[in-house]
Ligand binder design. Structure first.
Ligand SMILES: Nc1ncnc2c1ncn2[C@@H]1O[C@H](COP(=O)(O)OP(=O)(O)OP(=O)(O)O)[C@@H](O)[C@H]1O
Length: 290
């Protein structure tokens, strides 16, 4: 494959992916493609399957999850039905994840430097000092002050915002093509949230990292994403450029979601203060509405 083809190849291609637990569908027939450097947001109410979808990309679902579909490809390699070791090979360079709560991302018992060094297990050609240098470099990249000194810190010695920067640094040092961020700012205050969003935008601009961002917060999605995917009851009910979806949501569920955040409603979009879940579910299923 030529270099040009590699550069234009999507970092993620999901084709008709379905996931169920005990026969109960959680993610149904999802299609999603992310291009290099794109920031894509997933919105949807609690339980709509956002995290399940995100976790499936890295093979992080429990063994009770039944996964089926046509493809789940990272950097051109199909991982649908792959086992644990296959997914481990792609975690890091293919895609890396930042979780909601930075306080539970790291072990409280070990220094951050040791924990990040362990994550570089794959880099067998790097000496201990070279690994240290790479970690200090990403700490600086994410704007952590006194970067070298942070290596000897324990997680509890840092604020939530600083620790989320460390989590992003840990993901970045593995040089992923795709950063998956599951509610990365929910546990942070508004100032820290703004800083982390700014950082994610910078990383895309500087390193060309693509980002898949899950958020309950429509303002965050509107501010940072190029494209948005709306999930309802395990299905993607609508997806498109952020400006199009926010200005002209076509699915009733998207309109209902936006109605819950009036400041984001574009002029001309009807308010739907009461969500009729049964009607929406029928709509999402493609069934005739009553
Ligand atoms: N391990 C599991 N076993 C059984 N059901 C599960 C499991 N994990 C998730 N589910 C179910 O799958 C559905 C989707 O959950 P998921 O966490 O993906 O939703 P979500 O949209 O990310 O919600 P939230 O915004 O609250 O995180 C929920 O009904 C949940 O109860």
């Amino acid at each position: 494959m030529s270099t040009e083809q590699q550069q234009t190849r999507p970092v993620l291609e999901i084709d008709e992916l379905s996931i169920s637990y005990g026969g109960r569908p959680t993610v149904s027939n999802v299609n999603l493609t992310i291009q290099p450097g794109e920031i894509v947001g997933i919105i949807g109410e609690s339980g709509s399957g956002k995290s399940t979808l995100a976790h499936s990309i890295l093979g992080l679902l429990p063994s009770s999850a039944a996964v089926s579909g046509k493809a789940l490809s990272l950097a051109g390699r199909n991982f649908l039905g792959a086992d644990g070791p296959a997914f481990r090979s792609v975690r890091g360079p293919g895609a890396a994840m930042v979780f909601q709560n930075p306080m539970t991302t790291f072990s409280p018992l070990h220094r951050l430097g040791d924990q990040l060094t362990d994550l570089l297990w794959r880099e067998t050609s790097l000496s201990k000092e070279e690994k240290r240098q790479r970690i200090v470099a990403v700490f600086k990249q994410v704007g952590l002050s006194n970067a070298a000194e942070r290596l000897s810190n324990y997680p509890f010695e840092l604020s939530g915002g600083m620790l989320q920067r460390v989590a992003i640094a840990a993901a970045l040092m593995m040089r992923p093509s795709l950063l998956i961020a599951d509610e990365p700012t929910t546990a942070l205050d508004v100032t820290m949230e703004a800083q982390i969003l700014h950082l994610i935008r910078e990383l895309r601009a500087e390193a060309g990292v693509a980002v898949l961002m899950i958020s309950h917060h429509l303002g965050v999605i509107a501010e940072i994403c190029d494209r948005v995917v709306v999930m309802y009851a395990g299905r993607v009910v609508e997806q498109g450029p952020v400006e199009d979806i926010f200005a002209n949501p076509t699915h009733p569920y998207t309109r209902a979601l936006f109605a819950c955040e009036p400041a984001l409603i574009a002029p001309g979009v009807d308010r739907m203060p009461v969500i009729d879940h049964e009607a929406l579910r029928r709509h999402a299923d493609g069934r005739k509405t009553a």
